[in-house]
Design a protein around this ligand. Structure first.
Ligand code: HEM
Length: 410
């Protein structure tokens, strides 16, 4: 158990996962108050079994256990997670899912391609002549924030505010696995601030509707109560919680993996048709969202242990993505590996709604960085990756890159 509590686990969880898959594929982690499931087969089966591995109660139950809950100190965050789209089981889940999925049809997302290209071009432009950039702060962090803001209808200039709320909400329980009442209070305050901001935006959309997701949600709330106010606020918060930081992780961790595999860099330069496969390998190799959480509704045997009704399980998506039972040579970044379905976006009824949008951004970034930044490389391949201390949302804080300076107008 100590293995998963160490800072070495945050820095590189994969050797630990390899040991766990062999020796303890279901590990009880006392400080997290839950099981850690590490084998692909178990993750695959349990993630589809929404009856026994439920998505309701999983966060609500944790919040109820934190000192201060009874005094109402966490009411806003509690309600946000209780009514959230990711916290419902089928069939109830389908109602919210169908309302939100209308915004993410493959066609609507594909229509964003020219705009995403334009944004990447604008973000790269100031760095071309210098020959270096920080991939995270210059591109991977702002790009998905602007894209989600434009799609949802959030003011783009508020993107640092919703990033701040994301961090504060994630710091409670998701980042460390433990629920601390100080962080709970701060996460609660972040939800209250975000709700006030969203309520103002929704009121404005009612006065003057636009072609954006917030208007669609505001209409759904207004017409016949298809969406309650609490649900509307929760869905809107989910969009920046789910859509920003994860995509930053895909781009930054993905490039870190690709640039450390020079043969694969050479391959993708020669074969641009492999860009979509390269993005899937990025997602498999270093999953930005490392662990799903589920609540067990009846006693269930898994990998030699009995998980009791009412216990929590973390399904380690990052570990399942490196399971040698599923993936030959799993620790190799290998774009042309035999196709198999990775777990980075989850599976089953909660499969990531934003997956087409995340994939599109990843593909545009790979294409454009290779086309526009000649000789792209890590500035210091021997530097220790600058990872954030977060066991759920794996991400880099910075990634210094170099390339051959590009003359203006070239
Ligand atoms: C590389 C980027 C992304 C990764 C790795 C990722 C990962 C995930 C995962 C693993 C789930 C399933 C959670 C569960 O089963 O409990 C999920 C659900 C979800 N994601 Fe993403 N996501 C990404 C990008 C996005 C984007 C861009 C958006 C929206 C703008 C988004 C919105 C959502 C929503 C709304 C859900 C909940 C779906 C449901 O419960 O039915 N995600 N995501």
């Amino acid at each position: 158990m100590d293995l998963v509590l160490s800072s070495a686990f945050v820095a590189n969880p994969y050797p630990v996962f390899a040991r766990l898959r062999e020796a303890a594929p279901m590990l009880w982690v006392e400080p997290w108050g839950c099981w850690l499931m590490s084998r692909a087969e178990d993750v695959d089966t349990s993630i589809r079994d929404t009856r026994r591995f439920s998505s309701t109660e999983r966060v609500a139950r944790v919040i109820r256990g934190v000192p201060g809950f009874e005094e109402g100190r966490f009411d806003a965050i509690y309600e946000n997670f209780e009514v959230g789209i990711a916290q419902q089981d089928p069939p109830a889940h389908g109602r919210l899912r169908s309302l939100v999925s209308a915004a993410f049809t493959p066609r609507r997302v594909e229509n964003l391609r020219p705009r995403i290209r334009e944004l990447v071009g604008e973000l790269l432009a100031p760095h071309l002549a210098s020959g270096h950039l920080d991939l995270v702060s210059d591109l991977a962090d702002p790009l998905p924030a602007i894209v989600i803001a434009e799609l949802a209808g959030f003011p783009v200039e508020d993107r640092l505010r919703f990033r701040d709320w994301t961090y504060r909400i994630n710091n409670f329980f998701f980042a460390s696995g433990t629920a601390d009442s100080g962080q709970g209070a701060d996460a609660n305050a972040a939800v209250l601030e975000a709700r006030e901001w969203i309520a103002d935006l929704v009121a404005e959309r009612r006065r003057s509707p636009r072609d954006d997701l917030l208007t669609a949600l505001a209409v759904a709330e207004h017409e016949g109560g298809r969406l309650s106010t609490a649900e509307l606020l929760s869905v809107a918060i989910t969009l920046f919680l789910g859509g920003h930081d994860t995509t930053t992780g895909l781009i930054s961790l993905g490039f870190d993996g690709l640039l450390r595999a020079p043969d694969q860099m050479a391959l993708i330069r020669e074969r641009p048709d492999l860009v979509p496969a390269a993005v899937e390998e990025m997602l498999r190799f270093d999953a930005p969202f490392q662990m799903n959480l589920r609540y067990v509704t009846e006693d269930v045997p898994v990998a030699g242990v009995t998980v009791r009704r009412g216990e929590l399980v973390r399904q380690a998506l990052g570990s399942a993505n490196r399971d040698p039972e599923r993936w030959p040579d799993p620790d190799r970044f290998w774009i042309e590996r035999p196709a198999a379905r990775h777990f980075a976006f989850g599976l089953g009824p909660h499969f990531c709604l934003g997956a087409p949008l995340a994939r599109l951004q990843g593909q545009v970034v790979v294409e454009m960085l290779l086309a526009r930044l000649p000789g792209l490389r890590l500035a210091d391949p021997s530097a220790t990756p600058d990872l954030r201390a977060d066991i759920t949302n794996r991400n880099l804080r910075s990634l210094a890159l170099q390339f051959d300076p590009v003359k203006p107008g070239a």
